[in-house]
Write a protein that binds this ligand. Sequence first.
Ligand SMILES: Nc1nc2c(ncn2[C@@H]2O[C@H](COP(=O)(O)OP(=O)(O)OP(=O)(O)O)[C@@H](O)[C@H]2O)c(=O)[nH]1
Ligand SMILES: [Mg+2]
Length: 175
Amino acid sequence: MHHKIIFTGPVGAGKSTAIAAISDKPVVTTEARASDEVSLRKQTTTVAMDYGVLQLADGQSVHLYGTPGQQRFDYMWEILSRGGLALVILLDNSREDPVADMVFYLDKFRALLQRRPVCIGVTRMDLARSPRLHSYQQKLAEMGIKAPVFEVDARKPNDVKTLVRSILHILAIGS
Ligand SMILES: Nc1nc2c(ncn2[C@@H]2O[C@H](COP(=O)(O)OP(=O)(O)OP(=O)(O)O)[C@@H](O)[C@H]2O)c(=O)[nH]1
Ligand SMILES: [Mg+2]
């Protein structure tokens, strides 16, 4: 069984960082020097995908795929969604309206989410304390979507593993 989990979310939310933090194998990345408005935030950006593998204690592997954040690469979102068991949306809490970002990605991945669970990770809360997690939870409740919401520092393997474990728990994998 090929367990595939997809990480998406806006530029700089930490998708590439999170996959690198927990992958047990060297990650495959497609970083390119950022040339546009992204370069104000960071030096490189994902242009196609990230790929890593998390090995579970029972010998199963979880394949982790990261999307590009930039909308101009959105054709990759659909390609990477294929065969996905679950979606992780990472949100950068220091962006202007990260709750609106969550709604945007929930909408873009709605085809996948008709059949598959989603989990929300809010990053960079050390840089921006607000909005608080309950604002995300409130919006999800309004939309009738069930999804756990975690504070995550994408650089910290334990934070990212907690997020992935929660989704594996929902999927009843690796228990
Ligand atoms: N201060 C702080 N920095 C974080 C946190 N999580 C991630 N970062 C940093 O934020 C940046 C995220 O960059 P990437 O991992 O390239 O982001 P991405 O989501 O892959 O972005 P694109 O590929 O451009 O869409 C990195 O510099 C991380 O070190 C956090 O919780 N706090
Ligand atoms: Mg990236």
